[in-house]
Design a protein around this ligand. Structure first.
Ligand code: ZN
Ligand code: ZN
Ligand code: ZN
Length: 376
């Protein structure tokens, strides 16, 4: 479902307000989740410059290569009344960006660039506008993107239900005698079948591989007694992502310490989710996950932050970690995903996406969080 035009108009004007508050004269955004958020445009970034020029005061202009201009038909850009400035291959688009800003007044003292803008564009923009200090756009845009509206929460809820359906089918793929890679191929197809546009990542960490949080898949053969970490997700048609981890065992776990250690992890994940509410800080959520794990002597084996925001990107603000005093507000959505990793042996992680509500928290992933034995 397309984002309503009024929503995009509101986002553009709120982005301008936030830019003014941050002392930024203009934002320059190449194709990225930021551009999708503000314009509803999903264009890919190429070596030719496409760039939204959004002055803190004044009208936005979209700079595009002339050959890409027909691609704007059917996007919200014409309906939003955004001016389009096109350029041909014998023109310099970076000077065009400067000219667009000069037409609005003078070149700003400070411009904010999308965080993932290719360095080739960054340096050429600097060359064209040497008097304008370059800064990152994320401190400005995160103020908008962190606070999801009802339609965004609904899109994340749909994504959460889709990935839950994949986890519900895990017994089809995690079978003794198959490799992680073979299981992963089936899981990736399942991710698409259950309502994603692609499988963005498939982690099947069996046995000792489970102790590496960002392992993907390998030729290791799944065997009876293995503990297997499965962390999967992808984008849905709305652009909003899923991301969910469950830990399985093939039959009964072989190692004698799995059941007791897993119970500590599950208590930690529950405690962290229970700590989520308006007014709590991101650091408090992280601490709530860490305390039971550290108290049980596994503190050195929980080697990453507790969670990350999610939306049009899998990893975005806000990050649940020590030192982040950000105060949670209704509409913020992020993962809660503590893990315990025992190098050379096995690992486990439990990950749900949660959303802050008016008076607490709602989980968007709802599969059982116990260690699930398959083919027992
Ligand atoms: Zn991760
Ligand atoms: Zn994950
Ligand atoms: Zn995650």
């Amino acid at each position: 479902m397309p984002v309503p035009l009024q929503t995009l108009t509101d986002r553009l004007s709120r982005a301008q307000q936030a830019a003014r508050a941050a002392g930024v004269g203009a934002m320059l955004l190449t194709p990225s989740p930021d551009l999708r958020y503000l314009l509803g445009v999903t264009a890919a970034s190429h070596e030719r410059l496409t760039c939204l020029v959004l002055p803190a005061d004044g009208d936005p202009t979209l700079v595009v290569p002339r050959l890409e201009r027909p691609g704007l038909d059917g996007t919200p850009v014409p309906e939003l009344g955004i001016e389009v400035a096109d350029w041909t291959d014998n023109e310099d688009p970076y000077h065009l960006v400067g000219d667009v800003l000069r037409r609005q007044g003078s070149l700003p003292g400070r411009v904010a660039l999308g965080d993932a803008m290719p360095a080739a564009h960054v340096l050429k923009l600097r060359g064209a506008m040497p008097g304008s200090e370059q800064a990152l756009a994320s401190p400005v845009l995160r103020e908008l993107r962190m606070r999801k509206d009802a339609a965004e929460i609904e899109a994340l809820t749909v994504a959460g239900a889709a990935i839950d359906r994949v986890h519900a089918r895990m017994g089809e793929w995690l079978q003794p005698g198959r490799t992680e890679a073979q299981a992963g191929t089936g899981i990736a197809a399942g991710i698409v079948e259950e309502g994603h546009t692609e499988a963005a990542f498939v982690i099947v960490g069996s046995g000792p591989h489970g102790a590496s949080p960002h392992h993907d898949v390998s030729d290791r053969v799944l065997a009876s007694g293995d503990v297997v970490v499965v962390d999967i997700g992808g984008p849905t048609a709305s652009g909003y992502h899923s991301d969910c981890t469950r830990t399985y065992s093939i039959g009964e776990p072989a190692a004698g310490d799995v059941t007791g250690t897993y119970a500590i992890l599950q208590a930690a994940q529950d405690a962290a989710v229970a700590a989520v509410r308006p007014g709590a800080t991101a650091a408090q959520v992280d601490a709530a996950a860490r305390e039971p794990i550290t108290g049980a002597g596994f503190g050195d084996h929980f080697i990453h932050r507790t969670g990350h925001g999610i939306g049009l990107e899998v990893h975005e603000e806000p990050y649940m970690m020590g030192g982040n005093d950000l105060v949670l507000e209704p509409g913020m959505a992020f993962s809660v995903e503590p893990g315990i990793y025992l190098p050379g042996r096995w690992g486990a992680r439990i990950e749900d996406i949660v959303v802050v509500t008016e008076d607490g928290v709602r989980r968007l992933n709802n599969r059982p969080r116990t260690l699930t034995a398959l083919h027992a």
